[in-house]
Ligand binder design. Structure first.
Ligand SMILES: Nc1nc2c(c(=O)[nH]1)N[C@H]1C(S)=C(S)[C@@H](COP(=O)(O)O)O[C@H]1N2
Ligand SMILES: [Mo]
Length: 551
């Protein structure tokens, strides 16, 4: 081998056959480059907004594109953590690709650069076409891709320094020069290329530092989009029509350990939505715009809504269509807002409209039946939840609620628009994905205590839980032990037909194993069906049944 063969290799790098022992380091170089890319992108997103952060943008697109069964599986498996799982999944995919790209780029730099460019393009496309995306949102991904490319090339360079051997054993601290390497080293395992381990470590340290610093700075910058402070400063109006006082015995939870309380604290309230980053709407910037089949549609500011003289306070149990039998995707709160029906009539809603397309700032569309919006008592546009402004995760500053309908066809969060439309004219987000266009909440009941598969000492203990049949009301709850008769449980006092009711049945457990099953009957006499159905496409059904053991 002559020196003239080696020098062009030094200039181009990629065409030098690298030592196979370098592969793990090249994979690490890929990973670090991805870190730099994400960090730099996060920093840029600090300027353009959270929706343009690449992992968020890609995740948003994944949510939009994945088939419903996969989404249902994610909600079933990860519950409230479905989006964390998605972000982690996206990061794992990026990491694996980055490591592979690093190894490929060891031989051919062009492959690495092309790979990153491809990733950048996909990310940019995702950001721009995302639900809240604009052209500017491509910037962070593209800047990040550039940063990643620079990092990758810098990290791979010390893995393929042109030499007649390796530089592993190079004793001094000076940066190597091609000439010195060629002369100083002779013990390499491969001719033509060497490894400068020290320079690789230094460059790696710099890359890791850059990733952490840019990512951290981006995170800090992104905080300025948070509306937590503005939310805390918001003063809610007093209701012209307060919630009815609770009857005695409305909440049995203080007496029964493990029983779900009547009201769900805000921070424990279930959350289901497609938003990876929670939309942050400043109260001063919020507008609720009416469009479509109205005679006199208007745009409202938040102050317009808060300042109305028909503010109501109502207790409503909200339920998700994705709730499985015995599941926890249901919660009760005291909501503050304005009556939806009156609001729609005031704006001259036309009789031809059978669907309200509610739009949120993150591009979600929730299609609610106009008739229910007009006729269901206590349907509302809410801005308060359990005595506070809506938590940001629950739709701050404004959301919709229609008792008796699953959240995906009624409870639009971060609501910025209501279009009076028809089912014929528009398929809302979930309908376009195969979920039923209209979906009243099924009668449901759940055993909270004892917990499934629990072992406990024999003796008397309560079997207890909750049941709901919004707008109809729960009339009765019965429990069956093994194949025994249905035994009526004691119910908490009914607060409102739109609220769940707790039920309790004290039972003497002799030592042994038991199958406990619960069923509810609505106040109208409809008995909860034992026929099992999955949530898709219009809500689960079937009886909650658990096995426990007394010892
Ligand atoms: N903007 C927006 N609103 C939304 C959703 C969403 O994904 N985006 N999900 C709906 C669904 S499926 C349900 S069950 C309820 C849940 O409301 P919560 O998270 O406050 O419990 O919000 C509804 N409103
Ligand atoms: Mo839902």
């Amino acid at each position: 081998m002559t020196t003239t063969e080696q020098i062009p290799a030094a200039a181009t790098g990629p065409d030098v056959p690298p030592r196979s022992g370098c592969r793990p380091l090249a994979a690490a170089a890929g990973l670090l480059s991805a870190g730099v890319a994400l960090g730099v992108a996060e920093l840029a997103a600090g300027l353009t907004g959270p929706q343009s952060s690449p992992v968020v943008a890609v995740g948003d697109t994944v949510i939009t594109l994945v088939p419903e069964p996969v989404k249902a599986f994610a909600i079933r498996t990860f519950g409230e953590h479905d989006k964390t799982a998605l972000v982690v999944g996206t990061l794992v995919v990026i990491a694996v690709h980055a490591a592979v790209l690093g190894v490929l780029a060891l031989r051919r730099r062009a492959v690495g650069v092309a790979g990153i460019a491809l990733f950048g393009l996909v990310g940019a496309l995702a950001a721009v076409t995302g639900p809240a995306g604009g052209p500017l949102d491509a910037l962070p991904v593209l800047v990040g891709a550039l940063g990643g490319t620079v990092a990758l090339l810098a990290l791979l360079a010390p893995l393929t320094v042109p030499a007649t051997g390796t530089t592993d054993t190079r004793p001094d601290d000076e940066a190597p020069s091609v000439g010195r390497l060629r002369t100083a080293l002779g013990s390499g395992d491969r001719k033509g290329v060497g490894l400068d381990r020290r320079r690789f470590l230094l460059t790696s340290g710099a890359a890791a530092g850059a990733a952490v610093a840019t990512g951290g700075a981006g995170r800090l910058l992104l905080r300025r989009f948070d509306v937590g402070g503005a939310r805390a400063d918001l003063v809610l109006p007093a209701p012209a029509s307060p919630a009815a006082p609770l009857p005695v015995g409305a909440d049995l939870a203080p007496q029964v350990q493990g029983l779900t309380p009547l009201f769900t604290p805000n921070r424990e309230f279930y959350r289901v939505d497609t938003a990876i980053t929670v939309p942050q709407i400043r109260p001063a910037d919020h507008r609720l715009t009416l469009t479509g089949m109205f005679d006199s549609p208007r745009t409202y500011t938040l102050d317009d809504l808060l300042g109305r003289d028909d503010v109501i306070e109502r207790d409503i149990t909200l339920t998700c269509v994705s709730n499985t039998v015995g599941g926890r995707l249901a919660g009760t709160a005291r909501w503050l807002g304005i009556p939806l029906g009156a609001f729609l009539r005031e704006n001259g809603i036309r009789s031809g409209s059978d669907q309200l397309v509610c739009r949120s700032s993150d591009g979600m569309t929730i299609g609610a039946p106009t008739r229910a919006a007009l006729e269901v008592e206590d349907a509302m546009i809410a801005f308060g939840m359990n005595g506070e402004p809506l938590p940001v995760e629950h739709g701050f500053p404004v959301r919709m609620l229609i008792p008796g309908l699953y959240g995906y066809v009624s409870a639009c969060k971060w609501m910025t628009g209501i279009e009076a439309s028809t089912y014929g004219a528009f398929d809302a987000y979930w309908t376009a994905r195969g979920w039923a266009a209209q979906a009243p909440i099924e009668i449901a009941s759940r055993i909270d205590t004892p917990a499934p598969l629990r072992r406990f000492p024999a003796g008397r203990r309560p079997i207890a839980g909750v049941a709901w049949a919004q707008t109809r009301g729960v009339g009765a709850v019965e429990v069956r032990v093994d194949d025994g008769p249905w035994v009526p449980a004691r119910l908490s006092s009914q607060v409102d037909a739109d609220l769940w009711r707790q039920w309790v049945l004290p039972y003497d457990f002799a030592p042994g194993s038991y199958q406990l099953t619960v069923r509810a009957t609505s106040a109208e006499g409809e008995v909860q069906t034992g026929e099992r159905a999955e949530p898709f496409p219009d809500g689960s059904s079937g009886l909650h049944s658990i096995r426990v053991t007394a010892t």
